[in-house]
Design a protein around this ligand. Structure first.
Ligand code: SF4
Length: 157
């Protein structure tokens, strides 16, 4: 997962929070760029390194520690990734003659997905998978397999 803040350059009510993992101290400011300067000063004052790529770590840290931050998972599949994943799943399904799973297997897969941290839902109803970006209909296909590593459920064909 790679979290990126969507409210850059604007004042956020309630402010952003950065928590230094090494010292345990927390800092808060309504401007993200000011908070980043404060965080860097704190690291330097404590002789802690600011490695290349630290900015990404900073944004992830702020996302995890700021209830008011709106963040996007940049590692989530893009529209193109989702389309590719769906077309691969459908092509495999077509080659096998469009088989669907029995209701019992469908229910088992849905229950597994609902327990999984990678699922998406609306009002408690499973709607899809964050890893492959596919919608819930994918669990009906006999040729589908959970994309997690290791998979949480398997294809029948
Ligand atoms: S398909 Fe696999 S990874 Fe995706 S939500 Fe279901 S169990 Fe989780």
């Amino acid at each position: 997962m790679s979290l990126e803040i969507q409210q850059k350059g604007i004042v956020v009510a309630g402010g952003f929070t950065y928590k230094c993992e090494e010292t345990g101290e927390s800092f808060k400011h309504p401007h993200l760029s000011v908070l980043e300067d404060i965080a860097k000063k704190h690291l330097r004052a404590n002789n802690l390194p600011i490695p290349a790529g630290w900015h990404e770590q900073f944004e992830e840290n702020v996302c995890r520690n700021s209830p008011n931050a709106v963040c996007r998972d940049t590692a989530a599949p893009s529209i193109v990734d989702k389309a590719l994943s769906l077309s691969k799943a459908l092509a495999k399904w077509a080659v096998e003659g469009f088989p669907v799973v029995p209701q019992e297997i469908y229910n088992q897969r849905e229950a597994i997905c609902l327990q999984c941290p990678h699922h998406t839902e609306k009002k408690g109803v499973y709607t899809g998978c964050k890893i492959c970006g596919c919608r819930k209909q994918k669990i009906a296909l006999s040729t589908s397999k959970c994309p997690d590593n290791p998979p949480r459920w398997f294809n029948l064909k």
